[in-house]
Design a binder for this molecule. Structure first.
Ligand code: HXC
Length: 515
């Protein structure tokens, strides 16, 4: 056989494999607003950068007439490519081939590309669109999932792991995304659940649609399983392209530095976005924008636990992870969900060398039977744990309230913040003036002829004495009370001098955070 004919044979084999489930099956996907699996990869990666591997892998199933079937690529596409010039490893399940179901060779393709990602220290991106374990392959499918979960865990904190849910992701299959760092969902397309509507109906008699059970909105707003929500697949891929500009390629690197752009102070002027009346709430995201390069803020989990805001911005060209109480929602309290949200993000930033900037304005942890019984003690402790174990540069800015446990938890000096700054508007105390005055002056207030007047007077007295930054500053718990207009200058200087920070923690196998 000549080289030419051998090459033609290769081309024919490749062409057959590239058909996937065929044009009819692809059309069915397109009608649902979905892109084809290979099209997804090509849209996400830099033009002409994708190199596919294991295209010619064949499934090994023999039961249920599977030996008579060919499954092109065994329902998953794997390879390497680049985003913004940086290399990544990627896989995309192809629903047009046996519903993207995961059999032995399908799993082997995924674990092989994951192993590459770990060996080469590159991010791994997994596009999930699958009916789950390939029923005909029995325990080999389960083994495949187990191998993926194990690798997700080994890769955790070493390379960034990104999951994109672009179709069904059901049963145990959901646990791979759950073990990764960022989960992206698309409205009306993503469906994620452990047991589907049919099983729920049979076992519990409850009826619910797939969308209401595990649609994109549910995971973006209610469960917190998703970090990014998009209205279309293209919007979702554009979000991923943006995310990767903020994070390093692995845990031995720092995120890329970008040219410095000053904040857009016409729109995001501190005096404009921060009200002088302490009773008027404000959107803390505008404060972040007022101090960030180009006033950019890339928010994560925007719709889940919005009483805390997390995301990336840049200071002097360098990525920082921002954690900020949001006074617009529940006065910015810490509760079960916001604690989980913040703690996980803090741990991501610490693992990937991203300095933390914490903006504080909260009345404390949320009181209530629901919260106590939902485990606010255990969940709230995650924030203390995450900040205390973090060794990246930690800079804290107290804007207004820093009361009680909230003061300690939001990266206080005592949890080893490197720098704590406070605006003159800061109030640092065990609790709010109203509550405090009612307790410590109870007898005086009760026995007064005019209790309301005395209460007001005592609140004022308490405020003057404690609800300011100066008591904490006098003890050295705050490094500087600063003019709000000088915030960016102080933060950038703190970042610059923290570049060489190399703090150690006691040697141990691992800590035991209150998971
Ligand atoms: C084998 C599967 C499959 C599966 C789908 N297909 N899921 N084949 N194993 N798990 C095949 C279908 O037979 C069909 O083949 C093709 O994929 C397209 O499926 P449709 O049903 O026609 O598509 P659609 O109507 O869009 O419905 C999608 C779906 C449905 C909702 C995902 O296919 C479905 O319910 N599948 C089963 C889901 C499931 O129960 N999976 C196992 C979960 S248990 P043809 O040849 O007709 O085109 C699990 C355990 C993992 O995953 C544990 C890990 C720890």
């Amino acid at each position: 056989m000549s080289l030419r004919s051998k090459t033609l044979e290769l081309k024919k084999r490749m062409q057959d494999a590239l058909q996937g489930g065929g044009s009819k099956a692809i059309q069915k996907q397109t009608a649902m607003g979905k892109m084809a699996a290979r099209e997804r990869i090509l849209y996400l990666l830099d033009p002409n950068s994708f190199h596919e591997y294991d295209l010619l892998v064949e499934h090994t199933a023999r039961d249920f007439d599977m030996d008579k079937k060919t499954l092109p690529g065994d329902g998953v596409i794997t390879g390497t490519g680049k985003i913004g010039g940086h290399p990544v490893c990627i896989y995309a399940q192809d629903f047009t081939v046996a519903g993207g179901s995961l059999g032995r060779m399908h799993a082997q393709k995924i674990t092989k590309i994951m192993d590459h990602a770990m060996k080469l220290k590159l991010p791994i991106i997994g596009i999930n669109d699958s009916g789950g374990a390939r029923i005909q392959e029995g325990v080999n499918s389960l083994a495949g999932y187990g191998e993926i979960f194990y690798r997700n865990t080994q890769a955790s904190g070493v390379i960034p792991q990104i999951s994109v849910i672009l179709g069904p992701c059901a049963g145990g299959a959901v646990y791979s995304p759950a073990l990764t760092d960022f989960v992206f969902v698309v409205d009306k397309i993503s469906k994620m659940f452990i047991t589907g509507p049919e099983v729920i109906k049979t076992v519990l008699g409850e009826e619910i649609s797939m969308e209401d059970l595990g649609g994109a909105k549910v995971h973006a707003e209610t469960t917190g399983n998703a970090h990014f929500f998009a209205n279309s697949e293209k919007e979702c891929f554009d979000q991923i392209k943006k995310l990767v500009t903020y994070i390093p390629w692995n845990n031995a690197k720092k995120a890329d530095t970008f040219p410095v752009k000053q904040p857009k102070t016409k729109t995001y002027n501190i005096e404009k976005v921060f009200p002088t009346d302490p009773k008027v709430p404000y959107d803390v995201r505008n404060v972040i924008k007022s101090i960030s390069d180009n006033s950019d803020f890339f928010e994560i989990q925007e719709f889940f636990a919005p009483n805390i805001v997390i995301g990336f911005s840049r200071l002097n060209g360098q990525t920082v992870g921002c954690v900020a109480n949001q006074p617009l929602v529940l006065a910015g309290v810490l509760d079960v969900d916001s604690s989980d949200k913040a703690a996980r993000f803090i741990r991501f930033c610490n693992a990937f060398n991203i300095p933390l900037v914490t903006l504080v304005d909260l009345p404390g942890y949320l009181p209530g039977i629901d919260q106590e019984h939902a485990g606010v003690i255990r969940h709230g402790a995650k924030v203390l744990y995450a900040y205390s174990e973090a060794t990246v540069p930690k800079i804290t800015l107290i804007l207004r309230k820093a009361y009680g446990g909230g003061y300690i938890a939001m990266c206080s000096n005592h949890l080893r913040a490197d720098f704590v700054f406070a605006w003159p508007t800061a109030e640092i105390a065990v609790m709010g003036p109203e509550g405090a005055a009612n307790i410590i002056f109870r007898n005086e207030i009760m026995s007064a002829e005019n209790p309301d007047e005395i209460r007001k007077q005592k609140v004022k007295e308490y405020k003057k004495k404690f609800a300011n930054p100066y008591v904490a500053a006098a003890y050295g718990y705050i490094d500087a009370v600063i003019d709000p207009k000088e915030t960016r200058k102080f933060l950038i200087h703190a970042m610059e001098i923290s570049v060489g920070k190399n703090e150690m923690r006691p040697e141990k196998k691992h800590g035991i955070p209150p998971f």
